[in-house]
Write a protein that binds this ligand. Structure first.
Ligand SMILES: Cc1cc2nc3c(=O)[nH]c(=O)nc-3n(C[C@H](O)[C@H](O)[C@H](O)COP(=O)(O)O)c2cc1C
Length: 255
C-alpha cells in the first residue's frame, strides 16, 4: 500500500513521529506540508497527517492543506497529533475537515511530547524531555504496529469535558494566530544569519536592515525562536527560557 506521510512541525516532535512511521512502513514517503502546499498532491492509497496541536485543534496550515486535498474517495487516512498537555478535540476537528473533502479519518492517535510554546513556560528540564521523548518513541512504535495491521484502527478521543471546552478554545485560538507574531522580536544578539527566515514554513519572515521582521501571516510554529543559533528570537516569556528541538531533528530538516 503506497503511503504519503505529510508532516508539519516547528521543533521536530511531529517530524520525529513521522520519521518513525516512515522508517517502518514500506512504500512510504515523507512530505513537508509547507512544500506540498506549493505543489499538486500526488496520488497514494493511504495518506498520513502528522502535526502538532495548536490551541486544542489543528494548525491553520493543516486546515488549508486538507482543503487542497483532492484524493480518490477510497484513499485511507490516518493522523498522529503531538501535544504537550491536552490535545483537546483535534482529531474530531480534523475528521470533520476531512469529511468536507469526502474523506474519512480511519485511524488517529495523540502522542505527548515536550512543550514548545513559550507563553506556556517553554520546554521542561532536559531529564524530563528525555523521559517524555522516550515514552513518545514507545507510543510511535505502537502506532506503527497498528498501521501495519490494518488501515482502520483506533481513533483516540479526549474526555467529554475537554471536547466541550475545545469548542470554545480552538476557534478563539485559531483567530488569534496570524497576527500573534506582533510579539516576536530579535534581541541585540541577532547576527542576521537569516536561518529564521529560511526555515519559516509560512514565509512570514523578511530581513530588514539585517534583522528579521515578522509580516503578519504566522503559523505560530516557533521554529524561528527555537532554531535560532544565537537564541536571539524572543516572544512572550521566552527570555531566559531554554530553546528546544527534538533530538532526532536537525535544522536542515526544515529548509
Ligand atoms: C502555538 C502553539 C499552541 C499549542 N497548543 C497546544 C495545545 O492546545 N495543547 C497541547 O497539549 N499542546 C499545545 N502546544 C504544544 C505542542 O503541540 C507540542 O509541543 C508539539 O509536540 C510541538 O510539535 P512540533 O515540534 O512538531 O512543532 C502548542 C504549541 C504551540 C507552539
Amino acid at each position: 500500500m503506497s503511503t504519503k506521510i505529510y508532516w508539519f512541525s516547528g521543533t521536530g516532535n511531529s517530524l520525529a513521529v513521522a520519521k518513525a512511521i516512515h522508517e517502518s512502513i514500506e512504500d512510504s514517503e515523507l512530505i513537508p506540508i509547507a512544500y506540498a502546499m506549493k505543489h499538486a498532491p500526488e496520488a497514494a492509497e493511504r495518506i498520513g497527517l502528522v502535526f502538532p496541536v495548536y490551541g486544542w485543534g489543528p494548525p491553520r496550515l493543516v486546515e488549508r492543506f486538507v482543503r487542497k486535498l483532492n484524493p480518490a474517495p477510497d484513499t485511507s487516512v490516518f493522523s498522529v497529533v503531538t501535544y504537550a498537555g491536552n490535545p483537546g478535540d483535534t482529531l474530531a476537528v480534523l475528521s470533520r475537515m476531512l469529511q468536507a473533502r469526502g474523506l474519512d479519518l480511519d485511524a488517529g492517535w495523540g502522542v505527548k511530547m515536550p512543550e514548545n510554546y513559550p507563553p506556556m513556560g517553554g520546554p521542561p528540564e532536559p531529564e524530563k524531555q528525555k523521559e517524555i521523548n522516550g515514552e513518545a518513541a514507545e507510543k510511535s512504535a505502537q502506532i506503527v504496529s497498528e498501521l501495519k495491521t490494518s488501515p482502520h484502527g483506533t481513533i483516540e478521543r479526549s474526555a467529554w469535558i475537554w471536547r466541550q471546552l475545545s469548542k470554545v478554545i480552538y476557534p478563539g485560538f485559531r483567530r488569534f494566530v496570524p497576527r500573534a507574531d506582533r510579539w516576536f522580536r530579535a534581541d541585540s544578539t541577532c547576527n542576521g544569519c537569516e536561518i529564521c527566515a529560511k526555515i519559516c514554513p509560512a514565509n512570514n519572515i523578511e530581513m530588514e536592515n539585517g534583522k528579521p521582521k515578522w509580516t503578519g501571516h504566522c503559523e505560530q510554529c516557533f521554529a524561528c525562536l527555537h532554531w535560532c543559533p544565537q537564541g536571539a528570537v524572543q516572544y512572550i516569556r521566552s527570555k531566559g527560557q531554554p530553546r528546544y528541538h527534538h533530538p532526532d531533528s536537525e535544522v536542515s530538516d526544515f529548509f
